[in-house]
Design a protein around this ligand. Structure first.
Ligand code: GLA
Length: 676
């Protein structure tokens, strides 16, 4: 449980009353009660108000707000407010603002504009966090700490450059080792002095986002920036913990956000929280996968849904409304996948600046007679009734899909073989193939213990870090099924090619050699022609993007390419290794192929779909105290039914019982417990 003070799914969100006048506050409180709101995240951007000058802190407004909320029955997720530094600080200490990738020194403005390697910023941020913790540690309203806000963005200042050199010295020990790791003999880059190393900005090695001349330095800079921002988090975290040891600390993450290695971050966070902002056309399975990734960061521990909009965003190109019922449906999607909170951005809409058209529980109309408020209030009631029933429930998925940020950086930075290669997209294809068949998967990191899974899928495992190949071998030897794809096993953790034949360190377990990699132009394709023994799968399937030209070295060939000069070469192989099997999918297949393949592998490993249901139904199960809660979420407008088996189950929301066929209303939700 995140905090025993509030043993239910927390309901509420970001609340910025400093933006409006006192008479409105009483209205806010009245409406929070009506909506069943019990948690407000406050102080997210209040640094300038709390610290009007270098030596002055003024907590009077926050004192009053904390008390007011508590007296109204609202708990507080208290932010440290360091997501935007005050203007006076930027004026007095220009080093606190960032330098961007083009080398331009930023002035005061925006948010998330603090230089993570500025000692001044670090000092003031940690001091503020400490002061807040000292002051509010025993406040009865406090249930969680929220450090800064959506950490992200990189800095290319002199301070970061100096810190980067120190970080490199720690990582490599000597310039010789660094020169080797970065392969600096290429284009005459040999370094003889640490001071010669400069940040890889658009003034040196990079252009257009992820284009770089030197993968080694660019990759390390991403690691270093993720680490620098994490250090800022840790400084505030430590300052808080000095006073407040028992209140969980978090910061709001952003799903597949590319710039930070959240698996590293998770090691230092008490609880994961994240902000979920799908647009109208985001595939629901993509959102599901992101929730699963957030759950996977701390090995299945429940997370907080820190932000979602009750209706619409303001920052997307087209800010469509969530259709009636969708806010509730997507809230339960988060709960189904491990969220123990349902929080919004924002509880009341601001009247000025760029987020005034961002949806809120309390709209500009200011009263409760709105569609959005009604929907929020209904959900509030439901969550109250649910109580603590689902808190801390866990997933029992038997399949793990590997996702790794460093691998993503290396793929994104890679010059060749194809600009169309999108790692997240390839991972999603495999996730979606299971999702569409109502088969659960966990999203896991490369450090996860694989032995708890029957099947492990590692799409485009381009970078194989030390120890990973051995772990895969042990997993397969012991009977596991491992699946990987084209463009895997190519480089080590420094993006240096493992020579002697692709897929390098994975070659032995896979029993293949990939000789060449063909990149297909947009619109070009090839075919995967399945061998006869694949029954219903015995046909040909389209594939595109990349085709590895492989040779079987002990692996059995299950499919061949259908066209081009490599027609007849293997497109899908399986290698028996110890008690298990290792599959290599040499190209990027269509959805039907992946569904067929994965359904066969699941059948072989006796992994059953949760239900049988048409497209549009999402099913997921969480388990707690011996009870299994089966969530059925209908993402379509019309009703759909799912076959849930003959045992009777009770919907915890309505008390109705179901067996056999369960009809789920359009955009409806059933949470079916097997303990009646
Ligand atoms: C992010 C931020 C919030 C707000 C919302 C708007 O998640 O954390 O402060 O800007 O986006 O969608």
């Amino acid at each position: 449980m995140i905090n025993e003070k509030l043993p239910k799914i927390w309901y509420g969100g970001d609340y910025n009353p400093e933006q409006w006048d006192a008479p409105v506050w009483a209205e806010d409180e009245r409406m929070f009660k009506l909506a069943g709101i019990d948690v407000a995240t406050i102080n997210v951007f209040s640094w300038a108000l709390i610290q009007p000058s270098e030596d002055t802190y003024d907590f009077s407004g926050l004192d009053e707000l904390m008390d007011r909320l508590y007296n109204n029955g609202t708990y507080v997720c208290l932010a440290t407010g360091t997501g935007a530094h005050p203007a006076w600080m930027a004026r007095r200490y220009p080093e606190v603002t960032r330098v961007d990738v083009q080398g331009r020194k930023r002035k005061f403005g925006g948010r998330h504009n603090s230089n993570p390697n500025s000692p001044v910023y670090r000092k003031f941020a940690a001091r503020l966090a400490g002061r807040l913790a000292e002051r509010y540690k025993d406040h009865p309203a406090l249930v969680a700490w929220h450090i800064s806000n959506e950490y992200g963005g990189y800095d290319y200042s002199e301070q970061s450059e100096a810190a980067f050199r120190v970080w490199l010295k720690n990582r490599y020990g000597s310039l010789d080792a660094l020169n080797k790791a970065w392969n600096t003999r290429f284009w005459g880059h040999t370094f003889y002095d640490w001071e010669e190393i400069v940040v890889p900005s658009e003034l040196s090695e990079e252009w257009n986002g992820n284009r770089t001349n030197f993968q080694g330095i660019s990759l390390d800079y991403r690691r270093f920036m993720s680490h620098s921002l994490l250090e800022c988090y840790r400084l505030e975290n430590d300052a808080i913990k000095e006073h407040s040891r028992n209140i969980p600390v978090t910061t709001n993450l952003m799903g597949f956000y590319p710039e930070l290695d959240y698996f590293e971050w998770a090691k230092h966070m008490d609880v994961i929280s994240w902000d979920n902002y799908p647009s109208l056309d985001t595939p629901v399975s993509h959102t599901a996968m992101t929730h699963d990734l957030m759950r996977g960061l701390k090995h299945g521990q429940p997370f907080m849904l820190m932000e979602q909009t009750p209706s619409q965003q303001n920052w997307q190109p087209y800010n469509s409304l969530k259709r009636p019922g969708v806010m509730r449906l997507w809230s339960y999607q988060a709960v189904a996948r491990g969220a123990d909170t349902v929080l919004f951005f924002q509880l009341r809409r601001s009247i000025g600046a760029c987020e005034k058209y961002h949806g809120a529980v309390i709209e500009h109309a200011g009263h409760e007679h709105t569609r959005v408020f009604r929907e929020c209030a209904e959900l509030g009631k439901e969550l109250e009734q649910l109580g603590d029933q689902l808190l801390d429930a866990r997933s029992e998925a038997q399949i793990g899909i590997i996702y790794d940020w460093e691998n993503r950086w290396a793929i994104d930075l890679s010059s060749g073989p194809s600009v169309a290669l999108d790692y997240v997209n390839e991972v999603h294809k495999y996730y979606d193939a299971l999702y569409q068949q109502n088969i659960e998967a966990d999203m896991i990191g490369v450090e996860e213990d694989l032995s708890r899974y029957k099947i492990v899928i590692a799409p485009v495992m381009y970078m194989v870090k030390p120890g990973f190949a051995g772990k895969v071998e042990a997993f397969v030897k012991a009977g596991g099924t491992f699946v990987t794809t084209f463009f895997s096993g190519i480089v080590n953790e420094n993006d240096l090619v493992t020579v002697g034949g692709y897929p390098g360190e994975l070659r032995k377990v896979l029993g293949i050699w990939a000789e060449e990699i063909d990149a297909l132009l947009p619109g070009m394709g090839n075919e995967i022609v399945m061998g006869k023994e694949w029954g219903a799968l015995n046909r040909s399937y389209p594939c595109d993007l990349l085709c590895d030209l492989i040779h079987a070295e002990g692996a059995e060939v299950l499919a061949e390419y259908g066209t081009d000069f490599y027609k007849g070469m293997p497109a899908l192989t399986v290698n028996r290794f110890g008690e298990g099997k290792a599959y290599y999918v040499a190209t990027s297949p269509d959805a039907l192929f992946l569904q067929g393949l994965l359904s066969n592998l699941c059948a072989e490993k006796e992994i059953q779909p949760l239900v049988s249901a048409p497209e549009g139904i999402e099913s997921v199960q969480r388990v707690k105290d011996g009870a299994a809660y089966l969530f059925l979420l209908n993402h379509k407008e019309g009703e759909l039914s799912a076959e849930i088996g003959s045992a009777e189950r009770t919907d915890v929301l309505t008390g109705k019982t179901f067996s056999g066929t369960a009809v789920v209303p359009g955009r409806g939700v059933l949470i079916l417990s097997d303990k009646n």
